[in-house]
Structure formats: structure tokens, C-alpha cells
Design a protein around this ligand. Structure first.
Ligand code: GDP
Ligand code: MN
Length: 348
């Protein structure tokens, strides 16, 4: 129940009829969304689809984070839509701002230059704070500390197929730590020195590199250069314990000091992806082929006509991005020595 004095209030604690609820245990997991008040109607669309396709039977919690206070409309609309408990957190300004070691003039000059070169979000300060926050802080927000697993949801996404099992439970039972639905090549102009910075960290942190890691997915020459493959982080189901680990924090803090969140425009997607490829064992990373998903401009429509019918998918398989030349998902199959899903050739 909610209380004005609780530092960690639940909004609209829900009760459910037995018939509306999938049997079985629940994992210690939550959905998490970073959003502005102005995103309310776009996140409402996302929540409605996540609920219809999955959460209406599972009632997982949902944490909303914002650099400003959430307003009454945002809280009431999202609380009404989520079948689990909702929590609303304001981000500490220390985690959403320039660290003191950043040279403001240098950062401003970069934004000006990227603006002229028309690099997407290249002139944006808030986008950089967002990428740094998603890279290094969301998983240690006080509201997130109660949980071990997260599923990230952004505004305006779509889910195309019924999810008739619990993906969190799948992650736990199969010892997965990180997962994705779409992968692609990063726009190099946003990360020119990210790999050099990463190599510096690797050199001093050999003890943090996993055996049987996913290096071959991110580098075609044994780590000399980055091939720009990354998991698209607007969808993620993953382990918060891993992100809070000494290894991950060491990597994030190293990158933060390097300054590339501000002197370039490093995204949280390549940061999470490189970390996962280096610090996790290959088999700890999972591709959810069965979760049909869209975030502008790419779609993951599950390969396999029978699966799509059985799960009432409403995506057009010819819009599927996976077997397109700009996707890194085929490389992921190769690394895992998995056979490509049946029917992929027809959907190329
Ligand atoms: P894109 O997917 O890379 O085009 O970036 P988005 O605009 O979708 O931003 C990524 C996520 O961060 C979304 O969940 C946004 O709602 C959120 N976000 C982006 N900028 C801000 C911001 O300035 N404040 C807050 N609170 N959230 C933001
Ligand atoms: Mn987005």
C-alpha cells in the first residue's frame, strides 16, 4: 500500500483473480523505464502491449526513473496500466550531469562539431546524460536495489507475439545474464575511441575477462579492432547483479574517466554489449528469437511461420531485420555454433 512518508512507495498495489494469474513462482524482477513526463502517452502504448502479451498474467513490478519529478498524469496513467506495483524515482543530480573532471569547453566544442556533421543527437546534452545513466547508474538507483533482474522498456515500442512463459524465469533457470532481440553495427562517428579506451582497461584488468567469452562477436581480429556489433539496448532482459559487479563497475568507471560520454557520444548499447562480450561467458548471453519487437526503425519478427501462428504474432516477417546485412545476429548464431532458425532463408 502507498504511504506519503515511505521512501519507496508502491502505487496502486493490485489484487488479482486466480484466473488472471499464471501459476508458479515469480523471480525477483522488475520492468524498468527511464522517461520524461512528456513521454507518458508513448510509454502508455508500450505498457499496454507488454501487459497484453505477457505481464497481465505475471504482474511484475515496474520502476519508472526520471531526472525530474514525475507528474500526476504520468503516475496515474502508468499506474492504471501496469498490473504489478509501480514505483517512481527521481534520479540523483550527481548521476545525471557532468562529472567535475569533464572539460566543459571541450565538450561544447564537440557538440558544435557533431551538430555541423549532422550526427544524430550529436548536439544533445540530455541524450549524453541519458546514455551515461543507462551505462552506469540505473541498476544502482535505490528503487532498483530490491531486484536482481530487469527488463528495460522504452516509449513507443511494440510487442508482436504472445509470451506464454516467464522470460525472467528462463534467464534464471538457464543461467543467462544478458539478452537481446536486435543487434546491429554502431554508427562509428559516435564512438571513435571507445575501443581504444576498452583495450586500455582490458590490459589492466585481465582478471575480469571471462573464459569462453564473446570476443569473436565484437572483434574480427582477436581484439585488435572493434567490428561495431552491439545488442540494441532499448530492449534488454538482464542481471542487475552482473551490472553491479566489481568487473562491470570497474569498466564503467574507467570509461567515464576517459570522457567519451561527453567528448564523443558513447551509447549505452555498445557499452553494455562490449561488457557482456568480455565479462560473460558466451552461453550466458541469450537471443530471444521468440519475442517479436519493434523500436523505430527496426523490427525483430520471429523466424518460423508455425511459431508466429501459435503465438498470434502480428508482425510482417518480411520486415524482420535479423538476416539483413546490417544485423549482427547471424554472427551471434555463428559464435554460438547454433543452427539458424528454420525458414530464415525465405525471410531474408
Ligand atoms: P533513442 O531510442 O536512442 O532514439 O532515444 P530515446 O529518446 O528513446 O531515449 C532513450 C530512453 O531514455 C527512453 O526511455 C527515453 O524516454 C529516455 N530519455 C531520453 N532522454 C531523456 C531525458 O532527458 N530525461 C528522461 N527522464 N528520460 C530521457
Ligand atoms: Mn528509444
Amino acid at each position: 500500500s502507498s504511504s506519503d512518508t515511505s521512501p519507496n512507495p508502491d502505487y496502486g498495489s493490485k489484487t488479482h483473480l486466480a484466473g488472471e494469474t499464471a501459476p508458479g513462482e515469480r523471480m525477483n524482477a522488475t520492468f524498468v523505464t527511464l522517461a520524461r513526463n512528456s513521454d507518458v502517452w508513448e510509454i502508455a502504448r508500450s505498457i499496454r502491449q507488454v501487459e497484453d502479451r505477457f505481464n497481465r498474467k505475471y504482474h511484475y513490478d515496474w520502476v519508472f526513473l526520471n531526472d525530474a519529478e514525475f507528474d500526476e498524469t504520468f503516475i496515474s496513467v502508468t499506474t492504471a496500466l501496469v498490473s504489478g506495483n509501480t514505483r517512481y524515482g527521481k534520479i540523483d543530480s550527481y548521476h545525471w550531469g557532468f562529472p567535475d573532471f569533464i572539460d566543459q569547453e571541450k565538450a561544447a566544442a564537440v557538440r558544435e562539431d557533431m551538430h555541423e556533421r549532422k550526427i544524430i543527437y550529436g548536439d544533445s546534452v540530455s541524450y549524453r546524460h541519458m546514455c551515461r545513466y543507462e551505462s552506469g547508474f540505473f541498476f544502482r538507483h535505490p528503487l532498483m536495489m530490491n531486484y536482481e533482474w530487469y527488463w528495460r522498456v522504452e516509449p513507443s515500442i511494440e510487442l508482436f507475439c504472445d509470451i506464454n512463459y516467464d522470460p525472467f524465469e528462463f534467464m534464471v533457470k538457464n543461467k543467462k545474464k544478458y539478452s537481446f532481440v536486435l543487434s546491429l553495427y554502431e554508427y562509428v562517428d559516435t564512438i571513435p575511441t571507445l575501443w581504444d579506451s576498452t583495450k586500455k582497461w582490458i590490459k589492466n584488468n585481465a582478471q575480469h575477462i571471462a573464459d569462453n567469452n564473446g570476443m569473436e562477436w565484437i572483434s574480427d581480429d582477436g581484439g585488435e579492432t572493434y567490428n561495431n556489433c552491439h545488442f540494441w539496448s532499448n530492449f534488454e532482459i538482464g542481471s542487475l547483479k552482473w551490472l553491479r559487479s566489481e568487473q562491470y563497475i570497474s569498466y564503467f568507471e574507467h570509461l567515464d574517466k576517459e570522457g567519451g560520454f561527453f567528448y564523443e557520444r558513447w551509447g549505452d548499447a555498445p557499452v553494455h554489449s562490449i561488457a557482456a562480450a568480455l565479462m560473460l561467458r558466451k552461453e550466458e548471453i541469450h537471443f530471444f528469437n521468440d519475442i517479436g519487437y519493434y523500436h523505430v526503425p527496426f523490427m525483430h519478427c520471429p523466424t518460423g511461420a508455425e511459431y508466429r501462428m501459435e503465438h498470434k504474432c502480428h508482425c510482417n516477417p518480411s520486415d524482420n531485420f535479423d538476416w539483413n546485412g546490417y544485423s549482427c545476429t547471424k554472427r551471434f548464431y555463428e559464435m554460438q555454433k547454433m543452427t539458424l532458425p528454420e525458414g530464415y532463408e525465405k525471410e531474408q
